[in-house]
Design a protein around this ligand. Structure first.
Ligand code: SF4
Length: 220
C-alpha cells in the first residue's frame, strides 16, 4: 500500500528504480544509490519493461508508484516512456515520487497521474543549491499534478517548509508534512510534535503507514 501522502492507505504496486542525485543523511533507501555502503551490482537488477509491468500488476492494484532513488533520472531512457505507456494501457493510475530537482519531460507529465515531490530541507545535509532547484520545483508545480511532501523532525523544520514554499509560490494546501523515521516509535513520537505546527501553517499531515505496520522491512 501507499504509506505516505495524499494516497495514503491505497493498495499499490511499486517500481523502485536505482540511482539518486542527492545524499540525504537519513535516506531510508541507500541501497538504491550508495556505492560506499552497498554493492549496487547486487542490489540493482536490470529488468525488462515487460517483466516490470507483469510483476507490478500481479496484485491487480489500481495505483502504481514509481519510486527510487530518484526515478526522474531515468525519464529520458526509452524504457521509461514504454513503462508509462504500458501502465496507461493497463488502466492504472501512476504516481511518480521525486526529490524535485529535475523538471519533468512532456512524456513524464502526460503519463503520470500525480507527482509526489519531496524537496529536502537543511537537515538532509546536501547544500541548498543541490537539493532545492526552484526551476524544477516550479515546473513540477506548473503541471497541476504535484503534491509536495516534506520530511520533518521538529517544528523548526515545519517553519523551514513554510519559508521555502512561500518563496516558491507553492500553496499550503499542496503541502504534506511527514515525520522522519524508520521505526513506528520514531514516527509516533514525531507526529504530535509536527501536527500543531503543520495545522497552524495550513499544511496537510501524513504518517508513514508502512513503517507503523512493517518497520524498515524492504519491499513493503
Ligand atoms: S532524495 Fe530520496 S532516495 Fe535520494 S538520498 Fe534523498 S531520501 Fe534517499
Amino acid at each position: 500500500m501507499q504509506g505516505e501522502g495524499p494516497s495514503l492507505g491505497r493498495r499499490a504496486g511499486f517500481v523502485r528504480l536505482g540511482g539518486c542525485n542527492l545524499h540525504c543523511s537519513w535516506c531510508d533507501t541507500p541501497y538504491t544509490w550508495n556505492a560506499e555502503r552497498y554493492d549496487l551490482r547486487a542490489e540493482l537488477t536490470r529488468t525488462t519493461v515487460a517483466e516490470i509491468v507483469q510483476r507490478v500488476l500481479r496484485g491487480n492494484p489500481e495505483l502504481v508508484v514509481i519510486t527510487g532513488g530518484e526515478p526522474l533520472l531515468h525519464q529520458k531512457q526509452p524504457g521509461w516512456a514504454r513503462l508509462l505507456s504500458e501502465l496507461k494501457a493497463a488502466g492504472v493510475e501512476v504516481e511518480a515520487e521525486t526529490n524535485g530537482t529535475l523538471a519533468p519531460t512532456p512524456t513524464t507529465t502526460a503519463g503520470v497521474t500525480r507527482f509526489n515531490v519531496s524537496p529536502k530541507l537543511t537537515h538532509a545535509g546536501d547544500p541548498e543549491a543541490a537539493r532545492l532547484r526552484p526551476a524544477a520545483l516550479q515546473s513540477l508545480h506548473g503541471t497541476g499534478k504535484a503534491a509536495f511532501k516534506f520530511v520533518c523532525t521538529t517544528a523548526r523544520d515545519v517553519a523551514e517548509v513554510a519559508e521555502v514554499t512561500h518563496r516558491l509560490g507553492i500553496p499550503p494546501a499542496a503541502v504534506w508534512v511527514m515525520p522522519e523515521g524508520t521505526t513506528a516509535g520514531q514516527v509516533s513520537t514525531r507526529l504530535p510534535v509536527l501536527a500543531e505546527a503543520a495545522i497552524a501553517a495550513g499544511f496537510n499531515l501524513t504518517t508513514r503507514l508502512h513503517v507503523h505496520v512493517w518497520g524498515d522491512e524492504r519491499a513493503r
